[in-house]
Design a protein. Structure first.
Length: 83
């Protein structure tokens, strides 16, 4: 199931994502999520984002969707397992 989401962060958001992606003291999952959003913002295909990030397509779609819905804070928050 392909999704079409265009990720276009503003400059402040992009700077925050770059900072997160480069901060090796953060959890690896946060770094990976920031990298996925940054790669998607370069208008790479889902296939290219997935390949470069080392994840599968549904992971890319999930984080693109969560970023589109709630901005940079949501991809950094782990989903509550009870929802």
């Amino acid at each position: 199931m392909a999704q079409t989401i265009c990720v276009l962060p503003d400059e402040a958001t992009k700077s925050a994502l770059i900072e997160i992606a480069g901060d090796r003291s953060r959890p690896l999952e946060h770094i990976l999520r920031a990298c996925i959003i940054l790669l998607a913002a370069e208008r790479l295909s889902v296939q290219d984002v997935a390949r470069q990030a080392g994840v599968n397509h549904p992971v890319v779609w999930r984080w693109q969707q969560r970023f589109a819905e709630a901005g940079v804070a949501d991809p950094l928050r782990d989903k509550d397992p009870s929802t």
